[in-house]
Design a protein around this ligand. Structure first.
Ligand code: PEP
Length: 265
């Protein structure tokens, strides 16, 4: 089995950054790069999660090698949920990826493991691929709670109803909160240790096949300089990248690294 038998996913989370004009300019630069057409026949999946207002622009201008996803999606099809977006609206513009459980949603917008589970299940049932984020805070790591926190998040966010989607449709992102946007990156050893724990959780609860087929991405100050050593870890199947995905130049550099690593396998 080659190391990246699950492929490599490079996902850019733009958070509340980039206007429509920025999105167009980013995509123009990215799509002119000679690497981009080669990605279609490679095991590398490249994805961008723009803010809601730029989704349509991104979807219209993404070309054929990039995919676009929503940063957040509600668990109902429609209704009185001010500030939310539905799978119905996203599907209408051809979007089939979403993030759930990002630590900024948990920290600032009251997201809980239960609401993450609700959003994730609804998305999966509606044909979306989902990147579900988990991760411990600095305080939790320092007080020796990393394992308990990650296991609770996995147990409470991933329910038995999701078993049919543990075939690569559901993707997990390990994002230690202390490494997000701080410039601090988990060492490859720390990241691999956490990824092994998450994979073991899937194995214990859902079996070897589900565990083997689920991609687990690392997120937390990934940049072109540290991506390759992270991708060399056996249980790291790609990156969820904030800051370093905002410039076309550094996003392309991450894609180049992923393509080179995939080729080496
Ligand atoms: C993120 O937004 O998920 C993230 C990991 O951000 P950054 O790469 O900037 O740490």
């Amino acid at each position: 089995m080659n190391q990246h038998s699950r492929g490599i996913i490079v996902a850019g989370n733009w958070k509340m950054n980039q206007t429509n004009a920025d999105t167009s300019s980013f995509l123009r630069t990215v799509n002119e790069h000679p690497l981009i057409p080669t990605l279609q026949s490679s095991p590398v999946t490249s994805l961008i999660f723009p803010s809601f207002l730029s989704l349509m622009t991104a979807q219209n201008e993404k070309g054929s090698s990039l995919e676009i996803g929503s940063q957040n999606t509600h668990w109902e099809d429609h209704g009185a949920f001010t500030g939310e977006v539905s799978t119905t609206a996203l599907k209408e513009i051809g979007i089939h990826w979403s993030l759930t459980g990002h630590s900024e949603r948990r920290q600032y917008f009251g997201e809980t493991n239960q609401s993450v589970q609700n959003r994730t299940l609804h998305l999966l049932k509606n044909g979306f691929r989902v990147i579900l984020c988990v991760g411990e805070t600095q305080k939790e790591r320092e007080s020796g709670q990393t394992k308990t926190v990650l296991e609770n998040q996995m147990n409470e966010c991933i329910s038995e109803s999701m078993i049919p989607y543990l075939n690569g449709t559901l993707v997990i992102a390990y994002e230690p909160v202390w490494a997000i946007g701080t410039g601090l990156t988990a060492s490859p050893r720390q990241a691999e240790e956490a990824h092994q724990l998450l994979r073991k959780n899937l194995w214990d609860r859902f079996g070897i096949e589900a565990s083997g087929r689920t991609s687990i991405l690392y997120g937390g100050s990934v940049k072109p300089e540290n991506f390759e050593e992270l991708l060399e870890c056996p249980n790291i199947d790609g990156g969820l990248v904030g800051g370093a995905s905002l410039s076309a130049h550094s996003f392309l550099s991450l894609l180049e690294t992923a393509a080179r690593v995939a080729e080496k396998d």
